[in-house]
Design a protein around this ligand. Structure first.
Ligand SMILES: *Cc1c(COP(=O)(O)O)cnc(C)c1O
Length: 452
């Protein structure tokens, strides 16, 4: 046995046995991996004991910090009872209590909860539910979907079929079912060449053209409300979401709202739908659902849709879908503890000053030579880097400009992860004001150092 330190051994094993998601492993193998050993609050500690601010909430899901006592205790308490039992034909206490709580906090009109394990499965469930709803109702031709360009709903084949990110979804195109794509309301790079100040949301007109011509074969429209996350934190103009809601009603198309990223306070309100007072037919939730502790997701829907699945056993109206760990008691008890924290700690009220703090610091970025657009929605900030500010020419993705900025930021004890040339800042809600200054200030310095 060679005389390796523990760190060297772990690095070798990481590179020998692991295949990391969304990662070109050939590049990964050339670098020394960052291996996390512990976390506490906003901080993550690597195996050398160096601390980093978790600037992206461990991939957009942590809300109340790491090792949060209330959530830890809830999981331990449940562990002392039972770790897992199935929800297929049986029930368990945390999944019942959480379902009731979710219906209480989400927009009125959503009345049924179907659990799964992650954002992709929550959306997969939503698509199947919408499809079978029309089949059960006798509308056999309503089999197609509408989605937005730059949209992201997960990595399973079904959710990729409604995905609008060519870089991720291009390779698998022959496997997809039929989806109509409407332009994304990406105001900085308006696909219709309009200016926000006088566009009157012409993008909604483009969407209406699609719905008008095809409504008899469209089952549902799926979209991320207010913010298209993985597509580049594209933030929609006011009125777009409620406009889509109106159009879906008009053309008898179900609206699936993917709140996997925006749900549980990220946008400053509990759910993005609340900003425009809309109620979707189906809502999907995951990432923040239990404060970023463990896999859990939910697909919520209305009585109308639920009732279309009722019937004699032999009628085959049953929703034939379910995962092994659906409604896992540990994950549900963590979610209950997380929702309790929202109330007890007045999370959203307290977030307001920090949202303003982010807004103020972000203003300083606009003067940087290669910052084309700075945008914010609640506790999500995105900085779009461009090669040329006047022409908005993007950096070629091969240049990996975002990756370089984020690696630079590690020097300052900050962990962030880009989306191509877009730098994302979205820390846990409990981040302290001075940590927020460090996080955003270090991001500024890193952009300056890398883009000059
Ligand atoms: C992350 C994400 C998903 C996919 O969730 P996973 O848990 O990674 O499968 C789906 N939709 C949105 C909006 C997301 O941000």
């Amino acid at each position: 046995m060679e005389n390796k330190t523990r760190k060297e051994q772990l690095e070798v094993w990481d590179k020998t046995y692991l295949w990391h998601p969304f990662t070109q492993m050939q590049d990964y193998l050339k670098e020394s991996p960052l291996i996390i050993e512990e976390g506490s609050g906003t901080l993550l500690k690597d195996i050398d004991g160096k601390e980093y601010i978790d600037g992206i909430s461990s991939m957009w899901c942590n809300l109340h910090g790491h090792r949060r006592k209330e959530i830890d205790d809830a999981i331990k308490g449940q562990l002392a009872k039972v770790a897992h039992t199935t929800l297929l034909g049986l029930s368990n206490i945390p999944s019942i209590e959480l379902a009731r709580k979710l219906i209480e906090v989400t927009p009125k009109g959503l009345e049924k909860v179907f659990y799964s394990d992650n954002g992709s499965t929550a959306n997969e469930v939503a698509l199947k539910m919408a499809f079978q709803y029309w089949q059960n109702k006798g509308y056999k031709d309503k089999t197609e979907f509408v989605a937005l360009q730059h949209g992201y709903h997960g990595d399973t084949i079904g959710t990729m079929s409604v995905g609008g990110i060519h870089l991720f979804h291009g390779a698998f195109r022959p496997l997809y079912f039929k989806t109509h794509f409407a332009p994304s309301p990406y105001c900085y790079r308006c696909p219709l060449g309009e200016e926000r100040k006088d566009c009157a949301l012409k993008c909604l007109g483009k969407l209406e053209n699609i719905l008008q011509g095809n409504s008899h074969r469209i089952a549902a429209l799926i979209m991320e409300p207010l913010v298209q996350g993985a597509g580049g934190m594209i933030m929609h103009p006011r009125g777009y979401l409620s406009g889509v809601r109106t159009l879906c009603k008009k053309y008898n198309i179900l609206l699936i709202v993917d709140e996997v990223l925006t749900g549980f306070g990220r946008t400053g309100k509990m759910f993005a739908c609340l900003h425009e007072d809309i109620v979707p037919d189906i809502m999907t939730l995951s990432k923040g659902i239990n404060g970023g502790y463990m896999p859990l997701a939910a697909t919520l829907t209305t009585q109308e849709i639920y009732h279309a699945f009722l019937g004699e056993f032999s009628s085959l109206k049953t929703f034939f879908h379910g995962h092994t760990y659906t409604g896992n008691p540990l994950a549900c008890s963590a979610a209950l503890a997380s929702l309790e924290l929202f109330e007890k700690d007045r999370i959203l009220e307290n977030l307001e000053t920090k949202i303003n703090q982010v807004c103020n610091i972000l203003k300083t970025f606009e003067s940087l030579k290669h910052v084309g657009n700075v945008r914010q929605c609640g506790f999500i900030a995105a900085i779009e880097l461009v090669k040329d500010k006047t022409t908005k020419e993007p950096y070629p993705w091969e240049e990996r400009i975002g990756v370089k900025v984020c690696i630079e930021a590690r020097k300052y004890g900050v962990l962030i992860r880009p989306l191509g040339h877009i730098i994302i800042i979205m820390p846990p809600f409990i981040i302290k004001p001075h940590e927020l200054d460090t996080l955003i200030g270090s991001t500024y310095k890193s952009i300056q150092a890398i883009t000059g």
